[in-house]
Unconditional design. Structure first.
Length: 564
């Protein structure tokens, strides 16, 4: 939707939207809005990236502009084609399309090199032969000024020669770097002659072995923005101190334009770890089964678990955009997911831990097919056929041999309503040799069936069920929060963030069943198991056995645990 340059009063705070409105009203950039989402392909996108995606693609769409997807692939040692393809899939899943505007920083390696040569010729860059540790020491800290490298005075010709030989592969990794020549006494450490090129003999996923020197992120990022004609370079707050360097580099070069860098606060959550380095550690350490494990906060993991893109976009819109870092309560994320699933997920019946029930007064071999609505409050949204036979499965937790106060489910002599059927009474309890309850013998009151003379008779409990003869076996994977701690990265001396992993983050339930309407459910299908939780069909499913992931409970089960 195109913006009218008047910010509606009902929208959440978004200072970037306000800034773009001001720029357009002032005629800046000819009124154009061009943004970019620039991930490094060194891991999968996580839920924190959703905010940047929504902000960059959303701002471009709101103002009839365009948003580029650009991979800042300047570190071949950590980047893989797998990550590139996963990121593209995640961006599409979240609902965004870059169209023909797909770029890579590696597209510009020749131009970036040429611009670096121009810096050297202008006396604004030099080849430094200090080691990485020495460079760090020479740069000083917040309390001590830096001191100049002994190689800072190299002549332009010597620097050009060394830089060309760096490109030709004559030197080992770390033997030289190209540094911008700015100010070693600057209060901002990022301006103390930062490295802009380093030697790295590593195979690149796109350029192969053509290059053995690679631009540093701070250099490649701003120049790539300028090459692409970006108008608003939106990034998170940790880059605020890098903005003077961003501007300095572009001011020294004859680039097509000078984009405006604007910083915003990251999207952080309680109970969620959003460090790609630590997420990679979980993958390599085997604590999770890959980047798309449904316990992971990656977009691919959330998609597999059953989260919806609409829920994530709605959340990002609600939290707004500010300049102040904060941590969002994870219950807001869970509420957004639960809210959207509640509005869109079909209701079906599944039994995780079955207890057999025999309807003593139901004829053997007789099967009745019931038209049951997917949404009880709106039957027009569709129905499915549910079989009713003599033998049923109910949840084992829906029976107590000794009823307690407030128990409104089955117990000996008690009545309960079977969903879509009528009222049954528990007449007999059957146990095995170990004394475990294995079967209930019940009587169905035919007068309480739909249309019967007592169909309106009230009982306090209603439970779900399945026809045992028609129930489809499934594997249920019950997922929960990955971490027990509200701040999983905060550990004491000698501790590790993996110490905070929730041992019950995954429980695999075999011997569960669902109704036959789910026989053709494909991976990604989201449903609500009535009275239990929201579930999603996992890609691990086969024609013989479907796997259902618990996406989220019907209500916040953690609030009770935390005493809220």
């Amino acid at each position: 939707m195109s913006h009218t340059d008047e910010t509606p009063n009902d929208l959440p705070p978004n200072f970037i939207r306000d800034r773009i409105v001001e720029d357009r009203q002032a005629g800046k950039n000819g009124g154009r809005v061009v943004t970019r989402f620039p991930p490094e392909p060194n891991g999968y996108l996580h839920v924190g990236h959703a905010k940047s995606l929504c902000l960059n693609f959303g701002s471009a769409a709101e103002f009839a502009g365009r948003c580029h997807l650009r991979f800042d692939d300047t570190n071949p040692a950590t980047e893989e084609l797998e990550y590139v393809e996963a990121i593209k899939a995640d961006v599409r899943w979240l609902g965004f399309d870059w169209g023909e505007h797909l770029f890579f920083a590696s597209d510009y390696f020749e131009q970036l090199y040429a611009y670096a040569v121009a810096l050297i010729k202008a006396g604004k860059a030099y080849v430094c032969s200090l080691s990485a540790d020495q460079i760090k020491e020479y740069r000083g800290d917040f309390h001590h000024k830096g001191k100049e490298s002994p190689y800072r005075g190299r002549s332009v010709d010597e620097n050009l020669d060394l830089f060309a030989r760096m490109r030709a592969g004559e030197f080992a990794d770390g033997e030289h770097v190209l540094r911008a020549k700015i100010d070693m006494a600057a209060g901002n450490i990022n301006m103390r002659d930062p490295p802009i090129y380093r030697i790295k003999h590593a195979h690149h996923h796109r350029t192969g072995d053509k290059w053995c020197i690679y631009p540093m992120y701070d250099y490649a990022h701003c120049v790539s923005d300028a090459i692409e004609g970006i108008t608003h370079s939106l990034c998170t707050l940790e880059f605020e101190d890098h903005r003077p360097l961003y501007d300095w580099i572009l001011d020294q070069l004859d680039v097509p334009c000078h984009p405006q860098q604007i910083e915003f606060a990251k999207l952080n959550f309680t109970y969620i770890m959003l460090s790609k380095r630590r997420l990679l550690e979980l993958v390599r350490g085997g604590q999770v089964k890959g980047w798309d494990d449904p316990r992971m906060p990656t977009l691919s993991g959330m998609r597999r678990r059953g989260y919806t893109p609409e829920a994530l976009r709605n959340l990002c819109e609600r939290v707004g955009v500010s300049k102040h870092n904060s941590v969002v309560d994870v219950t807001l994320l869970e509420h957004a997911v639960r809210e959207h699933l509640n509005a869109t997920s079909r209701r079906v019946m599944g039994v995780l831990r079955p207890l057999r029930v025999v309807l003593s007064n139901w004829p053997e071999g007789q099967v009745e097919w019931i038209d049951a609505p997917y949404f009880a409050d709106d039957p027009a949204r569709g129905t499915r056929r549910v079989p009713l036979g003599r033998e049923l499965f109910i949840e084992h937790d829906d029976f107590k041999e000794v009823a307690v106060k407030g128990w409104f489910r089955l117990s000996p002599g008690a009545e309960v309503r079977l969903r879509h059927v009528g009222i049954v009474r528990c007449d007999e309890v059957v146990k095995d040799a170990a004394g475990e309850v294995v079967e209930l013998r019940c009587t169905l009151d035919p007068a309480t069936r739909s249309g019967g003379p007592q169909s309106g008779r009230k009982v306090k409990g209603t439970i779900h069920w399945l026809s045992a003869a028609h129930a489809l076996p499934i594997e249920a994977r019950l997922y929960d929060r990955l971490f027990l701690s509200e701040s999983p990265g905060d550990v004491g001396p000698g501790g590790h963030f993996t110490d905070n992993i929730n041992p019950r983050a995954l429980e695999v339930v075999h011997g569960a069943f669902v109704e036959p309407s789910l026989a053709d459910a494909v991976p990604g299908t989201r449903v609500q198991f009535e009275r239990l939780a929201y579930f999603c069909v996992d890609p691990d499913s086969t024609t013989e056995l479907r796997v259902f992931n618990r996406t989220i409970g019907l209500r916040d089960s953690w609030a009770k645990q935390e005493g809220k």
